[in-house]
Design a protein around this ligand. Sequence first.
Ligand SMILES: [Mg+2]
Length: 206
Amino acid sequence: MRLGIDFDNTIAAYDALFARLAVEEGYLHEEPAGGKTGVRESVRAAAGEGAWRRLQALAYGPRIAGAVLMPGAGEFLSRCRQQAVPVAIVSHKSRRPADQSVDTDLRQAALGWMREQRFFTADGFAIDSQDVHFEDSRAAKVERIAALGLDAFIDDLVEVFAEPGFPAGVRRCLLADDRTAEAGVPLPVEVFHSWNEINHVLLGAD
Ligand SMILES: [Mg+2]
């Protein structure tokens, strides 16, 4: 079995970081509820689209150290290592942010975060850094997923699975929050509500 995993909001969680940055940057007086979506709506309403773009550039760039592993993701990656299941990370991520006032390399920032979390060391998750792929578009991401010959792909965004060219033989594993679950998703997507559930179904964990 070969597994592919998305990065932002699938492996790395930014909700608390976005809320903190919104206050630090002076866009909001207090941290809003509702995760990343709650922050986005509040910041857009209070300070506009440009402010939201700046927060994204900061969170995915120079402030990425404030991101955390999604609950259960570390256990999943450890189990992949134990079971010798190869893991590839495939992310739609441009090198530069849309907000050019933040000078950062988003791909290097993500790799640095993974290094900090011991993704690439033998006593960590033992992932080969060559198996981390950043792509410029969703179409290119799907092409990469097809080229890697994966058995399953895990992503928080159902649009990835709906993208034309998503390979038919790859299991589509959606890590859904309540919002996506309510919206309903097209078949044949398998919907999971936590990494523990994915761990159980894909790797047979208790
Ligand atoms: Mg994502």
